[in-house]
Design a protein around this ligand. Sequence first.
Ligand code: URA
Length: 222
Amino acid sequence: MKKPPENTFDQLKEYLRFLNEIGIDFLDSYCERGPRSWLMPQIEKAILSCERCPLFRTRSKAVPGEGNWQAELMFVGEAPGEEEDKQGRPFVGRAGQLLTKIIEAMTFKREEVFITNVVKCRPPENRTPKQEEIIKCSPYLEAQINLIKPKVIVALGKVAADFFGPGNLGLGEIRGTFFDYKGIPVMPTYHPAYVLRNEGRKEVKQRVWQDMKKVMALLGRR
Ligand code: URA
């Protein structure tokens, strides 16, 4: 029998420990119904009632993410804003409307891709999430990625790019070039809210489109 890579068991142990911590009794239902159809709702349920960081005190609704659990393309933003916090859905405000247009220009329907955020609860006044909040929330995104296994991830803005990437470079320096996250190519690009704030600067929108064309090429869409 082929020997599994050295750290496989450690990773599995850590994943099971996390699932156990959020109340998921892993093995029974996994064996009956398969991983995605059972685990995704469990992860969503855990996010909706999460109290792992203080953001649960100020949120209206946690926002697990939405879309296709078998998506080849995943978009990851920073954290829910005001409208997302009210509706419990990701990217439904102004930036979300722009993201939907970008997705459609890429020849996808919104429901064909998976959209989520690094942090699942709105930080007060839409401030940037703190490092402790990102760390506490990160197992949820990792679990979502593990289950969906997208072919490509688009990281929207600096917080998402830093989650996947080296973290010590500016977004302007790293956008437009794929980097690797656990075998998945990640394309960092500007956040749609940044594009909206810079509506007068045509080059910002153009750069996002250049980046998305690389993603489309990788997925065989032209
Ligand atoms: N900005 C984000 O980063 N995520 C959302 O869901 C909405 C706005």
